[in-house]
Design a binder for this molecule. Structure first.
Ligand SMILES: [Zn+2]
Length: 304
């Protein structure tokens, strides 16, 4: 964690070297492990998700104003004007990186120690979001989702930014919230239901966190199945988010069946990539689920 902090600070020759070597044209948060990299870098990438949760920025130099063009690339046009109305800070110093767990804002080994040994719910929850084979962009999206840091309407309203508040998914639109988009809304229910129906044994969830935990805690002795129970919820959430964004930004509502097919496609691709040669793959979700389950039986038979 200490290495990651110094790497992100970029105040040493070593940090500059690592940045140039591993993410010359990439934000460090999107850096990945490719073959042939050093052990130090592997260890750093392994801890980056935890470390980044505790790195904040104290903004000082606003640069005199907002970059309207870049803003309009990331938020809807109707918000740009409102954001432009907020005066950015204009202190005469650089933005600085802050280590949130310490009072001084400086990194300390003691605080890192407490974070790493923290056994509480939230660190367990966050630790579920890093999974080999799952694209990092999806892990980072999940990190923001579980931390309620996505720009959905109920959050933006609290920040004083107003836009259309109706959800994309219901006949009688509701207030858009994270739990609604990802768990209790009509589209979310249909999509979770499609995948859960094949597995069976799921009860209703009223919050996204409850939904995720009900997947992650499903007991199973088949390691492929455990992998699937961790992977699939992230893919469902990621595709629900894309479905919501294509409605909000492009006015296009994708049919639920199409989104389910996209989720299945992502799932099959990741399984093929990771376990190629280990198992055949079904052409649809019930088929794939049956084969992943069967993998357990085959391997146990061989062991006996
Ligand atoms: Zn809805």
């Amino acid at each position: 964690m200490r290495l990651w902090w110094h790497f992100r600070l970029r105040q040493s020759l070593w940090a500059e070297f690592m940045n140039q070597k591993y993410c010359p044209s990439l934000h460090p948060c999107f850096a990945d492990i490719s073959s042939g990299v050093s052990w130090t870098w592997k260890r750093m990438v392994a801890i980056q998700g935890v470390a980044e949760q505790h790195i904040h920025w104290a903004l000082a130099r606003g640069g005199g104003g907002w970059n309207e063009r870049r803003l309009s690339e990331v938020v809807p046009g109707s918000w740009v004007g409102r954001i432009m109305g907020v005066v950015p800070p204009s202190l005469d110093r650089e933005d600085s990186m802050v280590w949130a767990p310490s009072i001084s804002g400086e990194f300390s080994l003691a605080s890192a120690y407490w974070i790493s040994r923290e056994g509480g719910n939230s660190s367990w929850l966050y630790s579920r979001l890093w999974l080999p084979g799952l694209p990092l962009k999806v892990s980072f999206f999940m990190l923001r989702l579980v931390g309620f840091r996505l720009p959905v309407m109920d959050r933006l309203h609290k920040l004083g930014i107003h836009g259309p508040s109706r959800c994309f998914c219901c006949l009688y639109p509701c207030q858009e919230s994270i739990d609604h988009i990802f768990c209790t809304g009509v589209a979310a229910k249909q999509i979770w239901g499609y995948f859960e129906g094949v597995i069976g044994g799921f009860r209703d969830s009223y919050t996204l966190r409850d939904k995720l935990v009900s997947w992650w805690l499903r007991p199973n002795r088949n390691r492929y199945m455990l992998y699937l129970f961790r992977l699939l919820p992230a893919l469902i959430c990621w595709n629900l988010w894309k479905m919501r964004n294509s409605f909000v930004f492009d006015g296009h509502l994708r049919p639920v069946a199409q989104v389910c097919a996209a989720i299945f496609g992502d799932l099959r691709d990741i399984f093929l990539n990771r376990f190629q040669g280990h198992m055949p793959f079904g052409q649809d979700w019930p088929g794939l689920y049956g084969m992943v389950g069967g993998m357990h039986r085959v391997s146990r038979t061989l062991v006996v």
